[in-house]
Design a protein around this ligand. Sequence first.
Ligand code: ADP
Ligand code: F6P
Length: 468
Amino acid sequence: MSRLIVISNRVSVPKAAGAAGAQGGLAVALNSALREHRGIWFGWSGQEVEEFTGHLDMQRNQGVTTATIDLEPQDIEEYYNGYANRTLWPLFHYRIDLTEYDRNFGEGYERVNARFADSVRPLIEPDDLVWVHDYHLLPLGSLLRAKGVKNRMGLFLHTPWPPTRLLVSLPFHERLVESMLAYNVIGFQTEEWLNSFLHYLEKEMGLPIGEDGHVEYQGRKILCKAFPIGIDFKEFTEGANSDEAKEAHDKLKASVRGRKMLIGVDRLDYSKGLGERFESFGRFLADNPEQASQVVLLQIAPPSRGDVASYQQIREDLERKTGHINGAYADVAFVPIRYVNRGYPRRQLAGFYRAAEVGLVTPLRDGMNLVAKEYIAAQDPEDPGVLILSQFAGSALQLKDALQVNPHSIEHVSETIKLALAMPLEERRRRHEALYDSVRDTDVVYWREEFVRALFGEEATPDTRESL
Ligand code: ADP
Ligand code: F6P
C-alpha cells in the first residue's frame, strides 16, 4: 500500500479533541487526512535555530508521524515573512497594493525550498505518493525531480490563484509557474482559480489545454483540477453535540442576556475583510437604533503573521474601529462588539457557532473558507442560524443558499444583517437544510479521496485504489 508523504510549510502537531485547535484551514484539513493514512507529514517546526543544520525531528502524535526541521532567522525573514507572506499571499489575494517585490525574498524562497527538498528526500520511498501544499512550496516538486524523485507528486493550493493580468506583475513569474509543471496533479479550491491558472498556461506559455483538464508539457501530462476542500464533518458535528460544546454555548448565551448574536471567526488577516465587517455592523447599529442595544457581534480573531507590517496595520485598524463603535454604542453593562484575539478548542468553537443567530463570513478574497462550513455544521437543525457569506470566498460557489454579499458594500452587508436577524424560522430551516447537505457531502474525507485518487492516476489498479 502506498504511503502518503504530506509536505507543507508548517507542521501543526495534531491536538487531542478537547485541546486548543490548530488554526488555519490547512492544518485542520491535514490533521484529519493524515490520521487516516500511514505516512509522514513533513515541514517547518515553526521554531528558529541560530544556524540551519537540517536536523530532522521525528515524532508520533495522535496517530500522525511528523518530521520537522528548524529554520534560521534569515530563512524565516526572507522565505516565510518575505516571499510567502509579503509577496505571494497579497498577490494571490488580489492585493498588489500590499505586494512587495524584493530580490532577497525570492532568493530566500528558493533557498528554503531547496532545504526542504534536501531534508525530505531521504524520507521518500519508491512507492510513496508525495502531496505538497500551498504557496510556500510551489517549486518544491521540480527540486525533488532534480534529486531523482520519480514518484507521483501532487500540489494543492489552498489560496486563490490570481488572474494572469495580476500575476505577470511578479518578477520571474514564468520561472515560478514552469516549476509547478513538475507535479503530476495540480489542485485548486475552485473552478475560478483553476481557470485563472489555465488561462496563464495558455496565454503566457502557449500550452494547449485538453478537455479533461490535462496539460501536456515536455512530453508529460499534468492534471489540473478543482478539488474543493471541506471540513472534518463527522468530527465537527460530534464535537458540536458534546458536553463541552453545550457548556460553551450555554455560558455564551447567558452572557448576552437575550440579545441576538453575530459571530465571526478568522485569523487576523487583511484578506478576511474584518475592517469592512466592523464598519458594516456599525452601519447596522446606526441605521437601526431600536436594535442597537439588542445585538452583539462576537469576533474571534487570533493574531497571524505578526512580523509583517500589513498584519500589524490591520490589527491597529481593528482596535481603532472596535473602540470607535463600542465608544458610541456601549452602556455600563453592554458592549456591542466583543473582540477577542485568541484561539479556542474546537468543541468550544462549535458551541459558540451554535449560540450565534448569524454567522458573518465576509472575506474580500478567500481560497475556500472553512469557517463558513463549520458554522453550518454546528447549527441546531430545528432552530438554525443564518450564514452571511462573501461572494468572493471560494465556498460561495458551493454554499448557494447562504445570504451572499459583496463585502466591500457596507450598505449591502448592513441591510443583509437586518434581513438575517429577521428571517422567519421556515426560511432559516430551508436554507440550512440545503447548506448542511452540501457541507456533509463534500467533506474533508471526500476532498482527500478525490485528490489522492487523482494522484494515483492511471497507474492505480482497482485494488490499490481501494487500499486508500
Ligand atoms: P485560513 O486557512 O485562511 O485561516 P479558513 O476559514 O479556511 O481560513 O480556516 C480557518 C480554520 O482555523 C478554521 O478551521 C477555524 O475553525 C480555525 N480557527 C480560526 N480561528 C480560530 C480560533 N480563534 N480558535 C480556534 N480555531 C480557529
Ligand atoms: O490556508 C492558508 C494558510 O496560509 C495555510 O497555509 C496556513 O497553514 C494558514 O493559512 C495559517 O497561516 P500561518 O501558517 O502563516 O500562520
